[in-house]
Design a protein around this ligand. Structure first.
Ligand code: C2O
Ligand code: CU
Length: 457
């Protein structure tokens, strides 16, 4: 049977009057495979997992207080969920399989729908088998705009990641459950990317002022960031504005999942190159180049105005109880024993099951919450790192304040770096009802034992 031209025209005309429903895909977040040039030109493309066909996934940008709606469509060969990192979110939208929702199986979908209360730099990423899914590229930036944009010439989001690529094929090495990585510092890559590309460069003018929104999407790498040809201030950490911006000194650390918003002025002259670099014991490496041409005609701005504060809870610590969370295990401090469910297993038995770490003696998310808090109550949590490695401890659904060594309250954060052997206290107002995860954001550590949770009712 042939499809006549007349019939074709008719049906095309009929289609044209149909409302665009299923096609309105602006609100879809499609988890899908893709090919991307991650390694330098001349290397093959890398097969990645992505939101919408590119890593990072498309930038979601919306005004403070707006409602975000995205239908996650899972076109991957593995179940997945999306976590909206750093958003003080409605618990049902937090994206944690087995705690706040079921996994979204291949071919299925799930609609996320929530309000973003705070302005700042956030990100979204997969939260099922994160050790694999984030390493394959399932992450993207989530930018919540202040009512008045900051006075800058460029507002740039820079998502840092490192990839473990086979140098021949540029394929991701798929040893995600590698026990050596998991029991040590975690999975490190051999190629660092910014916004999914190796060594990107951005054109600027001398004396430009830039806002740099830095997001560390790496599984385990802690960057030690420094500026070259730029002077700058940290104006926000983990999305939350600092009351007093901090001048960037020699360098500052950015642990997995952490963000830092910088305001920087381009000092380098036309023809030069300014750099964002990460320092390492053996020198370090460049992350981003800013190629300077010309000089802005605008008068250079002096001084830094803090960002407007977010509607965070009042912190009254008077007799807030102290809860201790001990970080245990890993290479060189191997667990003697820890609990899996209700059974106490020896360190050797745990290692055979791929569990190398424990939080307060539990080598997986325990059945009882670490902290059962009344809504609105204040708590101190003390992280005691007995291990030989640093850990980036992250609380879901809340920001907390660091308690500084002199007892005063430091910046608001959602992820705190606890160095080896260090003890760090935080102060938390448990004001968001629900069951919330608390874990190490070195994703291999989370997968091999460093996982807990707290309840707010
Ligand atoms: Cu960004 Cu539970 O994590
Ligand atoms: Cu860790």
């Amino acid at each position: 049977m042939s499809f006549s031209r007349r019939l074709f025209l008719q049906s095309a005309a009929a289609l044209a009057v149909l409302p665009k429903v299923a096609w309105a895909s602006g609100r879809d977040l499609v988890a899908q495979t893709a090919m991307q040039q991650i390694a330098p030109d001349g290397y093959p493309e890398t097969p990645v997992w992505s939101y919408g066909g590119a890593v990072p996934g498309s930038e979601i940008r919306l005004p403070q207080g707006a409602r975000l709606q995205r239908r996650l469509v899972n076109n991957l060969p593995q179940s997945t969920t999306v976590h909206w990192h750093g958003i003080r979110i409605d618990n049902a939208m937090d994206g944690v399989p087995g705690l706040t929702q079921d996994v979204v199986a291949p071919g299925e979908d799930f609609t996320y729908d929530f309000v973003v209360p705070d302005a700042g730099t956030y990100w979204y990423h997969a939260h099922n088998r994160s050790v694999e899914q984030v390493a394959r590229g399932l992450y993207g930036p989530l930018i919540v705009e202040e009512a008045d944009a900051s006075d800058v010439d460029h507002d740039l989001t820079l998502m840092l990641d490192d990839w473990r690529l086979d140098p021949e094929t540029a394929h991701i090495v798929d040893d995600f459950d590698n026990g050596h990585d998991q029991s040590h510092a975690g999975r490190f890559g051999n190629l660092v990317s910014v916004n999914g590309r190796f060594d990107p460069s951005y054109p600027v003018q001398s004396r430009d002022r830039l806002r740099l929104r830095l997001i560390n999407a790496s599984n385990a790498r802690i960057y030690d960031l420094a500026l070259d040809g730029l002077t700058g201030w940290i104006v926000a950490l983990d999305g939350m504005p600092l009351d007093t911006p901090m001048a960037v000194g020699e360098s500052f650390p950015l642990a997995p999942a952490q963000r830092a918003d910088l305001i920087v002025d381009v000092q380098a002259e036309s023809g030069a190159i300014a750099n964002l670099v990460s320092r390492e014991r053996e020198g370090g490496f460049g992350l981003v180049r800013f190629t300077v041409s010309g000089r802005t005609a605008k008068a250079s701005r002096s001084g830094i105005i803090p960002l407007p504060p977010n509607p965070l809870p009042q912190m009254v610590l008077d007799d807030a109880p102290l809860y201790r969370m001990t970080l245990q295990g890993g290479a060189m401090r191997w667990l003697e024993s820890a609990q899996l469910g209700k059974t106490e297993l020896s360190g050797r038995e745990l290692a055979q099951l791929g569990r190398f770490w424990a939080l307060n003696g539990h080598a997986e998310r325990p059945s009882e919450p670490f902290l059962d808090a009344q809504q609105g109550s204040a708590h101190r949590i003390e992280f005691v790192n007995e291990t030989a490695f640093p850990h980036a401890m992250h609380l879901h659904g809340h920001h907390f304040r660091l308690i500084l060594s002199d007892g005063s309250l430091g910046p608001w954060r959602d992820t705190v770096l606890v160095e080896r052997g260090q003890t760090r206290q935080i102060a938390l107002v448990a004001d968001n009802p629900g069951d919330w995860l608390l874990h190490c954001h070195m994703l291999g550590h989370a997968a091999s034992g460093m996982m807990s949770w707290f309840r707010v009712t």
